[in-house]
Ligand binder design. Structure first.
Ligand code: SF4
Length: 414
């Protein structure tokens, strides 16, 4: 159940024109500028993140209108499966409760046979996409990522492989002794379809030094993502918020994404990801005091919609981080994509998220319909899936009808 404050913000708020009239004139002018298609400045972005009361109501209303103008009333989702193929990792991110030392009792790395079995199960259940990310495991052979791609595509030529974060590309290229361009081209030729724009957290090196001083730095993250786009590998873009960052870091992060998108046009969507704190070192050391779930999340989503238009028009909510009900509400705060079914998600779960690892197509569609919008299955790059959604969702009884947890497999976080 949404709390009364959220219900009032989302469901009982006045229409846009009324909300704009009630907001401070200077603030309303920023929103009107964004709705007219003007790219907002960093200073204006800071004012959006500062919104409270009537200004917050107007922000959410304007983001919802911008969403309608950008993409209409359709809410998309992808039928996919995550495969977190190893939880062995030496990087030591302070926000990650998932990584294990290779000698830990619960350290795991999937064999190629296991990975292929998971892909087979996903294909059997109608998945169009496999999303693969893992820990940075120094024991993996230097060309492991390439070889996994080749084997998956040999067995399942039609599946789209969305895999390997910029951190994995950073490490994989080093292990292979190749420049990013050659390494990414090799992975593309082996069957890689797109890459997740994860390992971004907040694109500020001072923040990153606290979160994870061994992680790929901002300059390298930008170089890897830009190069991926240039060789034809599009990517998502993400941001982890709600930890030690300040509003100006969020604005700076968005400015970096906008500047990459102006150059390459390679981002398919933006996915704001709430920091899940419970079991992380960051929280247990007392270094963070995350904001309560709800209002702040909606504000970040609405801000993202307005700041990114017209460059990135797909804003994806995260049911894993927010839970299905708050994710549904975020569809009224600027989001137009519900993400994927996942089937296996241990990154957020390890950190304390309790939304489960799998959301059936039927549940996703009914959440979208429940807020008065039209569900539509999409491909990874936001194309139409050439099949009848009714068949995809209800003609496969093995999907089940309620959220469920699959047997545990190797897990990680990025
Ligand atoms: S977030 Fe990724 S790179 Fe960082 S410790 Fe966890 S698994 Fe390793």
């Amino acid at each position: 159940m949404l709390n009364p404050e959220l219900r009032a913000l989302i469901f009982d708020a006045p229409p846009l024109e009324h909300a704009l009239r009630q907001a401070k004139p200077a603030f309303a002018r920023i929103l009107e500028g964004a709705l007219a298609g003007r790219e907002l400045t960093a200073e204006e972005g800071l004012q959006l993140l500062d919104a409270e009361g009537r200004e917050l109501v107007a922000l959410l209303r304007a983001a919802d209108m911008a969403r309608a103008l950008d993409v209409g009333d359709t809410v998309t989702y992808v039928v996919n499966r995550n495969i977190n193929f190893t939880n062995v990792c030496f990087v030591g991110c302070q926000f990650c409760a998932f990584a294990r030392h290779r000698k830990d009792a619960d350290a795991r790395t999937d064999s190629l046979t296991t990975i292929l079995a998971k892909v087979a199960e996903a294909v059997e259940r109608g998945a169009t996409e496999i999303c693969m990310q893992g820990g940075i495991n120094p024991e993996m052979p230097p060309l492991f990522y390439r070889d996994v791609l080749i084997e998956i595509k040999r067995a399942f030529p039609d599946i789209h492989i969305h895999a390997f974060s910029p951190m994995e590309i950073f490490y994989g290229a080093r292990r292979a002794g190749l420049p990013y361009r050659e390494y990414l081209t090799m992975l593309r030729d082996a069957g890689l379809g797109t890459i997740p724009g994860t390992a971004a957290e907040i694109l500020d090196d001072e923040v990153r030094d606290v979160l994870s001083h061994k992680k790929v730095d901002v300059r390298s993250w930008i170089e890897i993502v830009t190069t991926a786009h240039e060789v034809g590998l599009r990517s998502s873009s993400t941001m982890m918020y709600g930890h030690i960052e300040k509003p100006h870091h969020i604005v700076q992060h968005i400015e970096i994404l906008r500047s990459i998108q102006r150059r390459t046009g390679g981002f398919t969507e933006f996915v704001p990801l709430r920091f899940i704190h419970t079991y992380t070192a960051l929280y247990q050391k007392g270094l963070v005091n995350p904001p309560p779930k709800g209002v702040f999340d909606l504000k970040v989503y609405a801000f993202s919609r307005l700041m990114l238009r017209p460059l990135i028009v797909n804003v994806q909510t995260s049911w894993v981080k927010l839970g299905p009900e708050l994710a549904q509400s975020s569809l009224a705060a600027g989001c137009n994509d519900f993400g994927g079914t996942l089937m296996e998600e241990q990154i957020s779960k390890s950190a304390g998220a309790d939304a489960g690892e799998y959301l059936p197509v039927e549940t996703i569609r009914s959440l979208i319909l429940g807020i008065g919008r039209t569900p539509e299955e999409r491909t990874t790059v936001y194309g139409r899936v050439p099949r009848n959604n009714a068949i995809a969702s209800s003609g496969r009884p093995s999907w089940g009808s309620g959220s469920r947890t699959l047997p545990p497999g190797p897990a990680f976080v990025h």
